[in-house]
Design a protein around this ligand. Structure first.
Ligand code: GLA
Ligand code: GLA
Length: 692
């Protein structure tokens, strides 16, 4: 967790804010003839755009031949934007190397798990560990930094782009070499590595460092320790690239804040962003809406985590889409109201900038069907009218900038390593999905109107009264001790099936599951009982279970059984348990509790349990303004102002008792109540006076 204020110079120095919401997009003028640029800036002004990310994919035009620079066109664009009051978040342009580089140095090309080379013709065809690529990328970074150091339009550096999006896993020989160095640093000795990877199994024992390879395609199940360390290594390898570019920029332009766009929500799950926070001056994130019923809550979940990765401070929404994307099997457009709703939900969770990919929808290239702020149809379109409307709304939200996400009383843990490891092959079942399970508990909390912070595992748990840690699969001894201390101090912990099972090396804790958490929870599970697709079983409360159950064979005397299995082979066995005070009962502060849910109870089951716990855990009582879960209540505040973002989760208008001054969003207020339009977000100044 970033706790050091100097990490966020953007916020501290006000380089990009606060004072006004930032609004804009990735801008790719090189895809258009010069005359279009004039229309671009005119429409940007009409929409209230005040920042663009420039040059992200421009390497081949900026350095058309090795060491020959063509900055003329970029000078023109930078100048034009500046004349029009639009600031630039300038990319280092290293995300997609030019064809000449791959032709000269094919050894920069990444290699997949099965040995396939990823060729040029798309983007990100470079090995994060290639010394050759690094050299060329840093030369370009330096050239750009030197040229634009004092340009008045430059407000931030955009390092590379979505680092690791397509090239996170590289199994090349460069990667093998770098992996060994990383392992030597982690383990110092081969004995320690052999122990951590459990190489006594299947004759995998290593005698020399250079016998070690990335976990390339193999005849059958690969070593889990090797896979986990390769995931950790790969996350660190792209971060090394970030650090290398960062160092050049810090040297040439020490006062210009630097960021790189995270993909906190994306299908690239194997980057531990919690470990990248000190490498950026402000957190920025990209988010693409999941189509369908859970899309809105999913957006809220990841925005919430981003806000907490940023330590509650404002962050920068670097990319989202005005409407459809082009990279899922089916790409529906956004529904009416969703463009504004999505943007304001991010703002509620702390974004002080709302940007899109991209400004003008491409007419050629792989992303021609991806929406933009200016669609193919032109400015006379629903999307552009919404874009202009949003621009005006964001302007009115200027007072909100600089405020922080107000801490909730409930924390929902999101642990990257549990995500990676619980989804490994060769497990009792392929069904449990860590992200789905975590999202389901988030949705159950929203359904009950409970405000929650989604936090990385390193967060200070003592800041919360309740901590929910679904499927916390990887529990090293130190984490077990933190959770135990949390409960001893009066905290309420809820955790679910397949938790506590392994340590940091993916070695099973012996003596019965939930392993490291067995003593804290006071239960012993002898066998997992995953279910076949389509099978269900029920608990005595009526909750329906799918995919996963466990045989709890022993509960300690002070453990209360909240629910039992009703039928099937587990009939009568405990299913949901709760130990008051955890292990520390009798030590004087036994008000805490540790609850274990041994089965996949789904959103309804989670809701029913939370409701039951709310009887004596006040922090789980819902906010009345949530109108029985129809509205998500989000709060941003500082000493001068407090703002409620009331996000309508439904397709109907909702009226809530919120009396403050309505300062934005799709809503009306009669002074005592606020009526929020379908899929709308009302922004209400609550209590304290509105900041000027
Ligand atoms: C990512 C990239 C953008 C663009 C969008 C499309 O976020 O950073 O360049 O490809 O995806 O959704
Ligand atoms: C990944 C990213 C998306 C987009 C697509 C394009 O899925 O997460 O944002 O860039 O790649 O292929």
């Amino acid at each position: 967790m970033a706790t050091d204020d100097t990490t966020y110079r953007w916020v501290k120095d006000g380089a990009l804010g606060p004072g006004r919401m930032r609004y804009g997009a990735d801008y790719n003028p090189e895809q258009w003839p010069r005359e279009v640029w004039d229309e671009d800036v005119r429409l940007m002004r009409e929409a209230g755009v005040n920042v663009v990310s420039l040059g992200i994919f421009s390497w081949a035009l900026l350095e058309p031949r090795p060491g020959e620079w063509d900055f003329g066109w970029l000078d023109d664009v930078m100048g034009l934007l500046h004349e029009n009051g639009i600031d630039v978040d300038l990319a280092t342009a290293t995300a997609s190397p030019p064809p000449w580089l791959a032709k000269r140095h094919p050894e920069i090309l990444p290699v997949t798990i099965d040995g396939t080379t990823l060729w040029p013709g798309s983007r990100q065809h470079w090995r994060p560990t290639s010394p050759v690529f690094r050299e060329y990328a840093l030369r370009l970074t330096r050239a750009l930094a030197e040229r634009y150091a004092d340009h008045p339009a430059l407000v931030a550096w955009h390092i590379s782009n979505e680092l690791g999006c397509h090239n996170l896993y590289d199994f090349s020989d460069d990667a093998a070499r770098a992996f060994r160095v990383w392992l030597q640093d982690r383990y110092a000795s081969l004995d320690a590595l052999n122990e951590a990877w459990g190489t006594a199994f299947w004759s995998q024992h290593y005698e020399e460092w250079d016998e070690i390879l990335p976990p390339r395609a193999a005849p059958t199940q690969r070593n889990p320790g090797q896979q986990l360390d390769f995931e950790r290594f790969s996350s660190d390898a792209v971060r090394d690239h970030l650090r290398a570019e960062n160092a050049v920029l810090a040297e040439v332009t020490p006062d210009v804040p630097r960021t790189t766009n995270f993909m906190v929500a994306q299908n690239v799950r194997d980057i531990d962003y919690a470990s990248w926070l000190y490498d950026v001056d402000f957190v920025s994130n990209d988010h693409y809406l999941r189509p369908g019923e859970l899309g809105r809550d999913d957006l809220s979940f990841w925005a919430n985590l981003t806000g907490n990765l940023a330590g509650g401070r404002p962050w920068f929404l670097m990319e989202h889409a005005t409407s459809a994307v082009n990279w899922r099997a089916v790409n529906p457009p956004k529904r009416p109201g969703e463009l504004v709703r999505d943007a304001l939900t991010h703002v509620g969770h702390g974004a002080d900038a709302v940007c899109y990919f991209q400004w003008r929808q491409s007419r050629a290239g792989g992303e021609r069907y991806h929406s933009g702020m200016v669609p193919h149809a032109g400015a006379d379109s629903r999307v552009f009218r919404d874009v202009v409307d949003l621009g005006a709304q964001l302007q009115a939200l200027a007072p909100v900038t600089g405020t922080r996400r107000e801490k909730a009383r409930v924390g929902l843990v999101f642990d990257y390593e549990s995500w990676w490891v619980s989804g490994r092959d060769s497990h009792p079942s392929e069904s449990p999905a860590y992200d789905d399970e975590t999202l389901l508990w988030y949705r159950a909390l929203l359904d009950l109107g409970v405000r929650v912070d989604v936090v990385p595992i390193a967060a200070d748990l003592h800041e919360y009264e309740v901590v929910i840690a679904p499927m916390l699969h990887v529990v090293p001894a130190a984490l077990r001790d933190r959770l135990t201390a949390f409960v001893s101090a009066g905290g309420h912990l809820v955790t679910t099936y397949f938790s506590g099972v392994v340590n940091e090396n993916d070695h099973v804790w012996l003596g019965g599951y939930p392993g490291a958490l067995r003593d804290l929870l006071g239960v012993t599970v002898e066998e997992f009982a995953p279910m076949l697709p389509g099978e269900t079983t029920a608990l005595s409360s009526g909750t329906v279970v799918r995919d996963w159950a466990e045989r709890i064979s022993r509960v300690e005397a002070d453990v209360e059984i909240l629910d039992t299995y009703r039928d099937g082979d587990l009939a009568g066995a405990p299913a949901v348990t709760r130990r008051q005070g955890g292990r520390a009962s009798g030590t004087g502060s036994a008000s805490g509790s540790a609850t274990y849910v041994s089965a996949a109870v789904g959103r309804e089951g989670a809701r029913a349990l939370l409701q039951r716990l709310a009887a004596d855990v006040e922090a789980l009582a819902g906010d009345a303004r949530a109108a029985d879960g129809a509205v998500e209540v989000i709060v941003r505040a500082d000493e001068r102002g407090r703002y409620l973002f009331l996000a309508n989760r439904t397709d109907d208008a909702v009226t809530v008792a919120a009396s403050g001054e309505l300062i934005g969003g799709a809503a009306t207020s009669d002074g005592a109540t606020t009526t929020i339009e379908p899929r709308g977000v009302a922004v209400v100044a609550d209590g304290l006076s509105v900041r000027s």
